[in-house]
Design a protein around this ligand. Structure first.
Ligand SMILES: NC(=O)c1ccc[n+]([C@@H]2O[C@H](COP(=O)([O-])OP(=O)(O)OC[C@H]3O[C@@H](n4cnc5c(N)ncnc54)[C@H](O)[C@@H]3O)[C@@H](O)[C@H]2O)c1
Length: 317
């Protein structure tokens, strides 16, 4: 198998929200990138997204204009499958549908060299099930990033049933080389770790609003000004150690029974979806994003992530 240091050309498949960011991250770290999509229009969109991001980084002083143009020069965009054979590493960020992933992986794993490492950025589909379409599945694993990937350091490296330890080590090493903070996830659990934690919070947040315990704004404030700030610095187990295992054990004796343990999508979320509210993407979510408020919210979010990253990691993720 190719080692991380042997990898020079990376095929990013899918040039959407995640793929466009991946192209920049790899190019920034001196990899040659082939950004592949089935839609010419998606590549056009990715190009303008990359331009916007690059301008923001230059404006923040994180990149010079020369570095930015060298970076974009390392990205080739294509709809041609001829590009597959040039890849030393493949990271897939295409549509989140098992049939689409299967069809892509059966084709690409035939066309790339047999020593090429393959990774999927699926949010939650089973790595073992995607791997069923992969020729030589031992070189395949999950590489799950968090949106926006150029600002959030975490990468979950997920083992499928047939992933080899060597392939997972290489995916891990690539993440380290890109300045990310990888973690290892075993046994391919649904939602890996991040989404298991996230959806536990989403269920309880919806429950608190549905029960009238607090407004949506104040539930968001509890997270932003309380738990979220703490969790940017220390994790749940460290929190328990600081608070005292005896205290958490005692509070847990009445707290766990009080929590929502419903199954299924919470009513608040389902009702919003059924009312056509998709969030910032259609300017209509739990909050109002009409008349440019969506772009403002996005810019404010990214500026806050950059500040936090600089504060906690000195600009290095
Ligand atoms: N958006 C997120 O917050 C996020 C976070 C983590 C993981 N993911 C995962 O990353 C993947 C991509 O998500 P996204 O949000 O970037 O999606 P997106 O819809 O923005 O982009 C997907 C792109 O894939 C292209 N595509 C579809 N089928 C293809 C194929 N067969 N070959 C090549 N390109 C194809 C589409 O044209 C589109 O440009 C999904 O698996 C998603 O679950 C997304």
């Amino acid at each position: 198998m190719l080692k991380q240091k042997d990898i020079h050309t990376v095929l990013i498949a899918g040039s959407g929200i995640m793929g466009a960011s991946f192209a920049q991250i790899f190019a920034k770290h001196n990899y040659d990138v082939i950004l592949y999509d089935i839609m010419e229009s998606a590549l056009e969109k990715a190009k303008s997204l990359i331009d916007v991001n690059q301008r923001a980084e230059i404006a923040q002083g994180d990149l010079t204009a020369e570095e930015s143009s060298a970076l974009t020069g390392r990205i080739t965009m294509t709809t041609s499958k001829d590009s597959f054979s040039k890849a030393d590493f493949v990271l897939e960020a295409i549509a989140e549908k098992m049939a689409i992933k299967h069809s892509f992986w059966s084709e690409v794993s035939e066309k790339v060299g047999e020593d090429v490492i393959l990774a999927t950025n699926t949010s939650g589909l089973s790595i073992s099930e995607i791997a069923q379409a992969v020729k030589h599945p031992e070189r395949f694993g999950g590489m799950h990033w968090v949106n926006p990937p150029h600002l959030i350091p975490l990468v979950e490296v997920i083992a499928g049933e047939k992933s080899s330890a060597e392939a997972l080590d290489i995916i891990y090493d690539i993440a380290v080389d890109l300045g990310q903070k990888p973690v290892r996830v075993y046994k391919d659990p649904t939602g890996f770790i991040l989404n298991r934690l996230q959806y536990a919070v989403v269920r309880e947040a919806c429950h608190c609003v549905e029960m009238g315990y607090a407004s949506m704004e104040d539930v968001d404030n509890v997270m932003k000004y309380g738990l979220g700030m703490r969790y940017a610095c220390i994790g749940p187990f460290e929190t328990i150690d600081f608070g005292g295992i005896d205290i958490f054990n005692h509070v847990g004796s009445y707290m766990f029974d009080a929590l929502c343990n419903d199954s299924g999508v919470p009513k608040l979320l389902k009702d919003a979806f059924e009312a056509g509210k998709f969030g910032v993407k259609n300017n209509n979510g739990f909050y109002d994003y009409s008349d440019g408020k969506g772009e403002e919210a996005l810019a404010k979010r990214d500026a806050a992530f950059i500040k936090l990253s600089k504060c906690l990691y000195g600009g290095e993720k």
